[in-house]
Design a protein around this ligand. Structure first.
Ligand code: DKA
Length: 145
């Protein structure tokens, strides 16, 4: 299992503007967010998580327990219902074979009639995000510092 705690800095981003447009982020915020290089600090004991995202224009903090739904404000100020699950053991068709698919957090955000999915996959060197809403998919890689 990866040690998730640490600092991660954005090193690549694809289709972020399209995602932000789809969920209704305004033009001025989109411009600032597109130009930003966020640093995310992850602090967790495995079930309680804190994600602190710092950019030159704002700091956004999100705190959650796995599986517990809560209302949150996104970094651009939308109010959404958010729940985060963590993948664990996956049973295969052969009951003696269990594969480990851990180290992935999947957050579902529902608000304003739209559902977004934010998948954060942790490796030893990065936090790889896949953020989607409908058929718009954005990929953002944060490299461990
Ligand atoms: C990220 O954490 C992207 C998550 C989606 C953020 C929605 C738009 C925020 C605009 C400030 O890298």
């Amino acid at each position: 299992m990866v040690n998730y705690n640490g600092e991660y800095k954005l090193t690549s981003s694809e289709n972020f503007d399209e995602y932000m447009k789809t969920v209704g982020v305004g033009m001025i915020t989109r411009k600032a967010a597109n130009a930003a290089t966020p640093v995310v600090t992850v602090t967790t004991d495995g079930s309680h998580w804190k994600l602190k995202q710092v950019t030159s224009f704002k700091t956004h903090e999100q705190e959650f327990d796995i599986g517990v739904e809560q209302e949150i404000s996104t970094a651009d100020g939308r109010k959404v219902k958010s729940v985060v699950t963590k993948e664990g053991d996956v049973l295969t068709s052969d009951p003696s074979v269990v594969t480990k698919e851990g180290d992935v957090l999947t957050e579902t955000q529902v608000g304003d009639g739209k559902t977004s999915t934010l998948v954060r996959k942790f490796t030893d060197s990065a936090m790889e995000m896949t953020v989607s809403c409908g058929d718009v998919v954005c990929k953002r890689v944060y490299t461990r510092q």
